[in-house]
Design a protein around this ligand. Structure first.
Ligand code: ADP
Length: 274
């Protein structure tokens, strides 16, 4: 709390009073500190891939371009790092749009039952590809048969679920079961995604949805992560009036939950054919 004193003084010089203004600056200071951290994080995160692009380019300029072994390898590193920067900048622009309330949702009624099955189908195709064929990932579905209609921006919510499922794969290096559930309460539907991976330490959980927060920076970078995925997932879910949270136990696995408000449609009623 900041305290500012002003003295009330008469023309004669007589002090007739004292005014004290108390301001709560903790919130302001917190925002300012977060802003400074954010700028320093962005600079650092962009500098890392750029440093590697610069050194590989220098090596090529200095003669590596002539080597049929080295040149393609160096160019491929440059391409990967440039792609990583591009992803990070797209993520940052999206976050900035959400901060300024400039991101509009393109909402439509979607049957979550269908959407979740479709998302898992796509992942199953990826898990059968050459890269994953010899790893032991399995995606299990526990999805209610009921049609659950929600009004959402399908592309943006798909990105949220893609991100969580991608993380479940990324942070379960030894494979294992990934269980996707779709449940409903009287007012909300809940999607949960469980993995049998590294798990998350209790101390990290409160920060997990913060921008650039990564439990293991080296591992996350190695996997092409920016540390922005869950921050975006949180913003997008909240824009839909929903919530996102996680439970986890170290070395056993994690479960991410997303809840969204849904609309109840009468299944049998006046629309029934006579
Ligand atoms: P990243 O791009 O680094 O994956 P995210 O915002 O998606 O960024 O995730 C933030 C951090 O949360 C990750 O770096 C990782 O440390 C941790 N994390 C996310 N999902 C999981 C998971 N399923 N199991 C263990 N750790 C996870």
């Amino acid at each position: 709390i900041q305290c500012e004193f002003s003295v009330i003084q008469r023309e004669s010089g007589f002090i007739s009073g004292l005014v004290c203004v108390l301001t709560d600056i903790t919130e302001q200071e917190k925002i300012e500190r977060e802003r400074r951290n954010f700028v320093s994080n962005v600079s650092h995160e962009l500098r890392t891939p750029l440093t590697s692009i610069r050194s590989y380019t220098e090596a090529l300029v200095d003669g590596a371009w002539e080597s049929p072994e080295m040149a393609p390898q160096f160019l491929s590193v440059i391409e990967t790092e440039a792609n990583r920067m591009m992803r990070m900048i797209t993520d940052l622009l999206n976050l900035s749009r959400m901060d300024q309330q400039r991101l509009t949702l393109d909402k439509e009624f979607v049957n979550m039952n269908k959407l979740m099955n479709h998302i898992i189908d796509r992942f199953e195709v990826v898990l059968q590809s050459e890269e994953y064929r010899y790893k032991n990932y399995r995606i299990l579905r526990d999805i209610t048969k009921r049609d659950l209609w929600v009004e959402i921006d399908q592309d943006k919510m798909t990105q949220v679920f893609d991100n969580i499922i991608n993380n479940a794969i990324k942070y379960s290096p030894d494979g294992g079961r990934i269980i996707v559930r779709l449940m409903d309460t009287h007012s909300d539907l809940i999607v949960s995604i469980s993995d049998e991976g590294l798990g998350i330490a209790r101390k990290d959980i409160p920060h997990l949805f913060d921008r650039f927060y990564r439990v293991d920076k080296a591992r996350s970078r190695e996997m092409g992560g920016s540390g922005l995925g869950l921050a975006i997932a949180k913003e997008v879910t909240q824009l839909h009036g929903g919530k996102i949270w996680v439970t986890s136990s170290e070395d056993k696995g994690s479960t991410f939950y997303v809840s969204l408000p849904y609309v109840v449609f009468e299944e049998d009623g006046e629309w029934d054919e006579i």
